[in-house]
Design a protein around this ligand. Sequence first.
Ligand code: PAF
Length: 279
Amino acid sequence: MEIIKSVKKLREITAQARDKGLSIGLVPTMGALHDGHISLVDRARSENDIVVVSVFVNPTQFNNPDDLRTYPRTEEADCRRLADARVDYAFIPTVEEIYPEPDTRVFDLGPVAQVMEGAMRPGHFNGVAQIVSRLFDIVRPHRAYFGEKDFQQIAVIRRMVATEGFDIQIIDCPIKREPDGLALSSRNVRLTPAHRAEAPKIHAILAASVADRATKTVAQVTADVIAAIDASPLMETEYYQIVDPVTLQPVTSWADTPHPVGCVTVWCGDVRLIDNIKY
Ligand code: PAF
């Protein structure tokens, strides 16, 4: 595996690969890699000739300076994991390399970006669109891989790809979980032991609520999930919404869409966890 720090060099390498007719898969990450990331890499490895993984903690998508400051950074361990996963190129640029000038672009991300994370974290999705479009422009991959834990993010990226005219296939990959059900996240390492022990309840509560679809309304299931999470003294729900999987708009009836998705954000101590479930 080659570690690349320069935008110019990565552009040259990926342009040459495309000229040779090789397919390129890109896995964008912010590092602190876990098995969820590696599952995206494995999928990219199985579907492409060349695999590029970016490791870049993108400052423009953090609306909370403390979150940016405390975001885990584990570059050496990340490089070892990526080499073991047979990645061809790890792209690990500095902030100045990615943003030689401040990125002032404002994306038209539409209604998918205005609800849930978009409403709670102003500017977050515009920052995601900035970095992902920049990576797409540098690497020009054939396929890009994203985890379904960030369910709304995938919808926002699909919208950005459509409006910016990128010819890139967006591949969504299933959530990876700990054996106790907690969705893998780089932020899990920041949980205290007590919060770590409590956090698997989030998935357990969501999973149990799926059966309730047969007997309860969307509003009742929503209220019950929030009440069950908030019954824990160590957790507090920021939002729980059952939404259409494409438009991300809340549904009011199970009949509104064949495959609704419940999206949750929970404060577990001072760590903000997100998860989702398909109904
Ligand atoms: O999901 C993430 O880790 C980030 O939002 C992404 C897509 C790598 C952009 O910084």
